[in-house]
Structures are given as structure tokens and as C-alpha cells.
Design a protein around this ligand. Structure first.
Ligand code: FAD
Length: 341
């Protein structure tokens, strides 16, 4: 059986709006547990447009998707949020005592007084590589994300892709695997230049190998891979492999959010504009996933929604505490929480 985590607030989704919620909740002494399908924070900003400039974040004339994410992570660091990456929240239920029970596809249970759904466009789901007969291997020796690095120790690992996930995991797993082959269809990478340089150095040092080509077939039995076949310009190549990590990009689907019994409008969670609470008291929805009259799917709207949500969440988490309105500029109490006073 899995892990059980008891907490005040679970935030589903570590996109920009979810991240800023940790700041507003933190000022009210509430700590967050984040759960996200992706293997890093930033949601659409980090996954879909890390290098693109955004021009409408207040007080930032220009900032990239990754830059915004990095700044938000710095801003919320004093509140020490906990991140549970590479897992999807599959179920969310209200219990008899009024608290919520969430489960993830990584076999965890979260028990929480408040749930903040900041699930954006819904769940990012990995694209399957176009290779026949991959399904029986999925979850056994073919994985679309790395949950536990230990599962890869001593294995013959093949990573396919040319983006940040493929390159980051090549660098992170290399020290613990038995062998590692990175496969990409062309000799040009979309990942951060620094990661590409590090990868090329490992290739030069003979620590990993790089194949330019495409997966053509999988060999193995009972879900356990033995060999992988590739087609390359130089002809067909086959290498021993016990783990395959394809990073072929992601598509967005509403996913399990649809099944949680919340009132929806065109697949978006209906909320009020005072607290951004859903039709189930204690479950809030902020950012792109929510709907109310006049909603604009902008990051700045999500920031405002997070601030009002936090006030309402505080009343549920600490019903007897009176919250006094304070400015971060002038309140030493708030500054102490931020570690600046
Ligand atoms: P998201 O960023 O979508 O993050 C949601 C997170 O929730 C994801 O990481 C997802 O993996 C996770 N999640 C979902 N379901 C689950 C689940 N069941 N379990 C676990 N995790 C889950 N906005 C602007 O304001 N200005 C711009 O200039 C701008 N430019 C854009 C350019 C592009 C190319 C795109 C695609 C969007 C742009 N946007 C812009 C929109 C902006 O990115 C979104 O408004 C913003 O990302 C919404 O943030 P969010 O936190 O609500 O959700």
C-alpha cells in the first residue's frame, strides 16, 4: 500500500497560478503540497513556451515562460512548498468529516482540509511513440516519466527525444545506469544549450552513446524489454535495453478533473468571484481551469484569484483565527514570514 500525507492544502497543478497560490497561502501561514503530472514546475509556461517572451505580466515588460516560473519559485521559496512531480491526481472525494481524500497514480493518498485545483488546460498526457506493440511494456519497462530514479539503477536505458526532459534525464540517470543510449531523429536538440553541451561531453567521454534515428521495434516478453531496434541513416541498429523512456511531447486533455462531481461549464470548473470556490465547499479552482462571467485566461487573472482564494481557504483551515489585512511593505510580521525582517 502507498504513502499517506495529511496536510492543510493540496494544490493540484504547479503552473504559474498554482505557484502563486503558495505565496498567498504562505502569508497566511498555510503550507502547500503540490501535485503535478509534469516533472517540473511551471505548467504551460515551462512545458509549452519556456523560451518565449510574455509581455503582460504586471511590472515585467518582458519575461520568458521559464523566467516567470523561476521567479515564482524564488518568491514562494520562504514558504517551503512540497512538490510531488510526475504523478496525476486520479480521484478526489469529500469524506464524512468534511476533509478531502485525493489519490494519485503513484499510489499515494493525500488527506487535506482544502483543495485548490490549478489544473490549467487539464492533464498533460504523454504522446506514445509510433511503434507497434508498445502497450504491454508500459508501466513495466517503458515509462513516460521518471518517478523513482532507483528504478533505473543498473539498467540498460534508452531515452528517446531531443527536448529538456530527454536531455535532463540523460544527465541525471547516466551516473546510476549500466548503459545509456540517447536516440533522437536528428542531430539538433531543442533542450537548454548547457544540457546539450553536457550530453555531448558524455558522448565524447564514451559514457553514453547517441544514435540519430527512430525506434522501429521492441523485443521482450511479459512486459520486460530485452532489445530495441532502430532505423538510422546507416541502416538498422539493435541494442540491448531493459528500460525505455520516450519523451515525444505531451497533449492536453481535461483528464480526471471531469469525474470529480464538480459543476462544469464547457469542461471548466464553475466558481464564484468572491472566493473562487467550486460547487463543492472547500474545493477551489484558480487559473485557466475555472469559469465565471468575464473570465480571461490570463496569468494575471490567476494571480488575483489566488489571493482571494487564500483568504477563504484560511477560514476553513483555521476557523477561529482572525485575519488582519496587512501590506508586505509595512508589516514586520509578514516580513518575518518572508525571511526578510
Ligand atoms: P497551467 O499552466 O496549464 O498548469 C496546470 C498544471 O496542472 C500543469 O502543469 C498540469 O500538468 C497540472 N495538472 C492538470 N491536471 C492534473 C492532475 N489531474 N493531476 C496533477 N496535475 C495536473 N498567458 C498570459 O497571461 N500571457 C501570455 O503572453 C501568454 N502566452 C501564452 C503563449 C502560449 C504559447 C500558451 C500555450 C499560453 C500562453 N498564455 C499566456 C496562457 C498561460 O500560459 C496560461 O494562462 C497559464 O499557464 C495558466 O496557468 P495555470 O497555472 O492555470 O495552468
Amino acid at each position: 500500500s502507498g504513502t499517506e500525507i495529511v496536510t492543510d492544502v493540496v494544490v493540484i497543478g504547479a503552473g504559474p497560478c498554482g505557484l502563486f497560490a503558495a505565496f498567498e497561502l504562505g502569508l497566511l501561514d498555510i503550507k502547500c503540497q503540490f501535485i503535478d503530472i509534469l516533472d517540473r514546475a511551471g505548467g504551460q509556461c515551462a512545458e509549452l513556451y519556456p523560451e518565449k517572451p510574455i509581455y503582460d505580466i504586471p511590472a515585467f515588460p518582458v519575461i520568458t515562460g521559464q523566467g516567470l516560473t523561476d521567479n515564482l519559485l524564488t518568491q514562494i521559496a520562504p514558504f517551503q512548498p512540497e512538490f510531488h512531480f510526475s504523478r496525476m491526481v486520479t480521484s478526489l472525494e469529500k469524506q464524512a468529516d468534511g476533509t478531502f481524500r485525493l489519490t494519485t497514480d503513484a499510489d499515494e493518498v493525500f488527506l487535506s482540509k482544502v483543495v485548490v485545483i490549478a489544473a490549467g488546460g487539464g492533464s498533460f498526457q504523454p504522446k506514445r511513440p509510433p511503434v507497434d506493440g508498445i502497450e504491454p511494456f508500459e508501466g513495466k519497462s517503458v515509462f513516460y516519466s521518471v518517478r523513482k530514479m532507483e528504478d533505473f539503477r543498473g539498467q540498460d536505458v534508452v531515452i528517446v527525444g531531443g527536448g529538456d526532459s530527454a536531455l535532463d534525464w540523460t544527465l541525471n540517470l547516466q551516473p546510476i545506469v549500466r548503459s545509456l543510449t540517447l536516440v533522437h531523429r536528428r542531430n539538433a536538440f531543442r533542450a537548454a544549450p548547457d544540457s546539450v553541451n553536457k550530453m555531448q561531453k558524455l558522448v565524447g567521454d564514451g559514457k553514453i552513446s547517441l544514435q540519430i534515428g527512430q525506434i522501429a521495434g521492441l523485443e521482450g516478453e511479459d512486459g520486460q524489454l530485452r532489445r530495441i531496434h532502430f532505423s538510422t541513416d546507416a541502416g538498422d541498429v539493435s541494442i540491448p535495453a531493459t528500460r525505455l523512456l520516450p519523451f515525444f511531447g505531451l497533449t492536453m486533455k481535461l483528464g480526471p478533473v471531469a469525474d470529480w462531481g464538480l459543476e462544469l461549464n464547457d469542461n471548466l470548473i464553475v466558481v464564484d468571484t468572491e472566493k473562487f470556490e467550486s460547487s463543492v465547499p472547500g474545493i477551489f479552482a484558480i487559473g485557466d481551469i475555472n469559469h465565471y462571467p468575464g473570465k480571461l485566461k490570463l496569468i494575471l487573472s490567476g494571480f488575483h484569484e489566488a489571493a482571494l482564494m487564500a483568504q477563504a481557504a484560511k477560514k476553513i483551515v483555521s476557523p477561529d483565527e482572525r485575519v488582519i489585512f496587512q501590506y508586505t511593505t509595512s508589516s514586520t510580521k509578514l516580513q518575518k514570514k518572508l525571511g526578510v525582517a
